[in-house]
Every structure is written in structure tokens, then in C-alpha cells.
Design a protein around this ligand. Structure first.
Ligand SMILES: [Zn+2]
Length: 211
């Protein structure tokens, strides 16, 4: 990979350089417990701020995943120009409006031009963007744009379906808070037959989503 490609990919990945501040998260969680009117020193809560800090470190690890290392040695030059589909990739993310999880499945497809990527890398690309504060629409677009930047394929398609806990447990409590988003680039945008082949494939889906 050339320096220019690396810097373009880093840019597409939107990586944060600074370390996550665990102590500040811990202090903030402590402040919230007090604000709730709770006693942060009682036995059940004493270690909660520390747990919360480590939990967010894990759930937000995608900000600090190295996008070059992630795909390293897994991009190959192959003469193959048929559709490649990886479906039913389980993912979880955090909605940026409530910091509550949304959980679901992603389906990713692309049509190679010269390069292909090892199949196991696609779920890791999904995770790199999912493990951040997100809205589902942007998450979907970022995955498609990143693969487009990485492989320069003839087309990329990403469809994500997820259940949003914030819609299920608050306000009007819509129990079927399922949302579907898609991003279609290149051939998938321009060619109806290609798009239909993909949508037809993923519509034969596994089990319905549930928490
Ligand atoms: Zn929300």
C-alpha cells in the first residue's frame, strides 16, 4: 500500500489519535449516580463507575482501531468480477442520541475490479465503525465508503437492519423498533439487475431480529 493510499484510508476511517480518558468517564459516572439521588458508596454501586469506564472503552474501541493494520495482508489481486456477498454479520452499536445500544445484522456486497479482501475482514470493518457513537444511517454509509476507498470496486452495497433499544424502552415504546438502512455505490446504484440480485439474496434472511 502506498503512503497516499494509507493516508486516504486513515481519513476514511476517521480515527481518533488521543487515548480514551477512563478516569474522566469514571468521575462522570460517579457524578451521575449522585445526580440520580443514589448513594455511590453503597456496596452495589461502589465499583460501578469503574465498570462503566471499562465498558465504554470496549464499546467505543472502533475509534482507535488501526484501519491499515485491520486489513493488512488481506487485500489480494484477483481476476474475479462477480458479486461477493457477506450476509448476516451480527453487529452492535451505540446510538449517539441516548448512548443506548442498537443491535442487528449487516449485509455487505461488492463487485471487484482488481482487488478482493479476505472475507473475515468484512465483519471487522463493520465493527470498526459500529463500535463508536453512531446513527445507523451514517454507520451504513461509512462502511460502504471505506470499502470503496480500500478496494476501488465496481460497486459496493451495504444494508443494515437493527433494533433500537432507545425506541423500544422509552417514550412511545414501539416494540418493533426495527430500522433498515442501505448505501449503494457504483454498479449497485446504477444497475437495477445487480441491485436486485443482492436484495433478493439477502431477503432470504435467517431468523427475525430480537434482543
Ligand atoms: Zn437513541
Amino acid at each position: 500500500m502506498t503512503d497516499h493510499q494509507e493516508s486516504t484510508l486513515r481519513q476514511a476511517a476517521g480515527i481518533i489519535e488521543s487515548e480514551i480518558d477512563l478516569e474522566a468517564i469514571e468521575r462522570a459516572a460517579h457524578t451521575m449516580l449522585v445526580a440520580f439521588g443514589e448513594d455511590p458508596n453503597r456496596e452495589g454501586l461502589a465499583r460501578t463507575p469503574g465498570r462503566i469506564a471499562r465498558m465504554y472503552e470496549e464499546l467505543l474501541a472502533g475509534y482507535r482501531t488501526d484501519p491499515i493494520e485491520l486489513v493488512n495482508d488481506a487485500v489480494f489481486q484477483v481476476a474475479y468480477d462477480e458479486i461477493v456477498i457477506v450476509r448476516d454479520i451480527e453487529f452492535h452499536s451505540l446510538c449517539e442520541h441516548h448512548l443506548l445500544p442498537f443491535i442487528g445484522r449487516a449485509h455487505v456486497a461488492y463487485i471487484p475490479r482488481e482487488s478482493v479482501i479476505g472475507l473475515s475482514k468484512i465483519p471487522r470493518i463493520v465493527d470498526m465503525f459500529a463500535h463508536r457513537l453512531q446513527v445507523q444511517e451514517r454507520l451504513t454509509t461509512q462502511i460502504a465508503d471505506y470499502i470503496n476507498e480500500l478496494l476501488h470496486p465496481q460497486g459496493v452495497a451495504v444494508v443494515m437492519e437493527a433494533l433500537h433499544l432507545c425506541s423500544m424502552i422509552r417514550g412511545v415504546k414501539k416494540h418493533d423498533a426495527r430500522m433498515t438502512t442501505s448505501a449503494m455505490l457504483g454498479t449497485f446504484r446504477n444497475n437495477m439487475a445487480t441491485r436486485m440480485e443482492f436484495l433478493d439474496n439477502i431477503s432470504r434472511s435467517a431468523e427475525p431480529l430480537h434482543f
